[in-house]
Design a protein around this ligand. Structure first.
Ligand code: G3P
Ligand code: MG
Length: 356
């Protein structure tokens, strides 16, 4: 299914199937590549018995960096060229919300990184927990900003001409994992319980806080430690639980992007189509018959892939679960994959064998 007018960049490209990869626990763990991942990428790039190359994209719930930066890291780790045209991270879909809100609180990540990413997405007035702590250190009694944090934080009081209560937060976006759960929790809750997002105020009804978005909802993820680590989904649960506890039982409904949300997989479908067209010269309107999704977390990767398979008419979404991350061998996954394999290389070989 090659478009007649498009130069086919890659003469032996598989046009009716493709791969999509989760990153943590599948390709990378604690900043180091999972050994089979490098070989798996080579197989996809033509080092297989059929001499074909297979299109692929990456879909991680992680974040905290510019997409370009993360792609540079991945390129080095996996010894291939990874383009932002084949990459989606947890906060990528938040871009669509940049024009919806004026003042946003952006939480998570190292230093000023997430503020910079949010601004690059087009968010107009990005405020961070550090800015609020700089204006009122009593916000979080046990959190002291370092000198460099004080320097990089904004002066929300504008030299004493403004008060924090002059600022209304229109939405909260948790871009990446919190580096200080206690103060971030306090600040998110303060805003959730404020009068319509106005800083330093307290609602009487606890029903007028602005929307709160998390870039994903993974309670656990796979990092360098031998056991799984707590992720952003755990903070999300704490926010909701403590809100109810301190609001006379009122429920706080927060929102999450990332896997397993169907919209994230639909976003990935569009990216994959563009990537196949631009990089491989395939017809953009003709989707691959099968997309193999390789993940380690049943609750996000497998759940979302299976849901996508159920909801999509023109492609089959085929879930493959690996044993190198969150899923533990011998346990029953909450969501059943179409195939359970040892590692990402087995997953790639399985997909190719099933096709050829
Ligand atoms: O914080 C990242 C983690 O929750 C999941 O990343 O690549 O497994 O989707 P990934
Ligand atoms: Mg993972």
């Amino acid at each position: 299914a090659t478009h007649p007018g498009t130069p086919r960049l890659d003469p032996d490209v598989a046009d009716d199937f493709a791969f999509a990869f989760d990153i943590d626990g599948v390709l990378i763990r604690g900043g180091q590549p999972i050994p089979e991942a490098i070989e798996a990428m080579k197989v996809l790039n033509g080092e297989n018995e059929f001499g074909i190359s297979v299109p692929y994209i990456f879909l991680t719930n992680g974040g905290g960096k510019f997409e370009t930066e993360r792609c540079r890291d991945l390129s080095r780790q996996l010894e291939i060229e990874v383009s932002p045209g084949q990459f989606i991270c947890g906060h990528t879909p938040m871009k669509q919300y940049a024009s919806h809100y004026n003042n946003v609180l952006v939480v998570g990540g190292e230093g000023e990184k997430c503020r910079n990413v949010a601004e690059s997405y087009g968010f107009r007035n990005v405020i961070t927990p550090g800015d609020i702590l700089k204006a009122n250190a009593a916000t979080a009694p046990f959190r002291k900003l370092t000198d460099s944090e004080l320097n990089s934080s904004r002066d929300l009081l504008e030299g004493g001409t403004k008060k924090l209560s002059d600022i209304v937060i229109d939405a909260v976006f948790v871009f990446a994992d919190s580096r200080d759960w206690a103060s971030d929790l306090q600040i998110i809750l303060d805003i959730a319980q404020s009068k319509g997002g106005r800083l330093e105020t307290r609602s009487e009804t606890f029903e007028e806080g602005p929307p709160i978005y998390f870039s994903h909802s993974d309670v656990l993820w796979s990092a360098a430690h031998e056991h799984v680590r707590l992720g952003m989904g755990a903070l999300r649960r704490i926010v909701e639980t403590v809100f109810a506890e301190t609001s006379g039982g009122k429920q706080l409904k927060t929102h999450a992007f990332g896997k397993p949300q169907l919209s994230t997989f639909q976003f990935a479908t569009r990216l994959l189509q563009q990537w196949r067209a631009e990089h491989h010269g395939l017809v953009e309107s003709a989707p691959p018959r099968t997309v193999y999704f390789v993940g380690d977390t049943p609750e996000s990767d497998i759940c979302g892939t299976n849901l996508m398979d159920e909801k999509t008419r023109d492609s089959e979404w085929y879930s493959i679960l690996v044993k190198t991350g969150v899923y533990q061998e011998g346990t029953v996954p909450k969501h059943m994959p179409r195939k359970l394999v040892g590692n990402v290389l087995d997953a790639v070989n399985h997909g190719i064998q099933r096709e050829m």
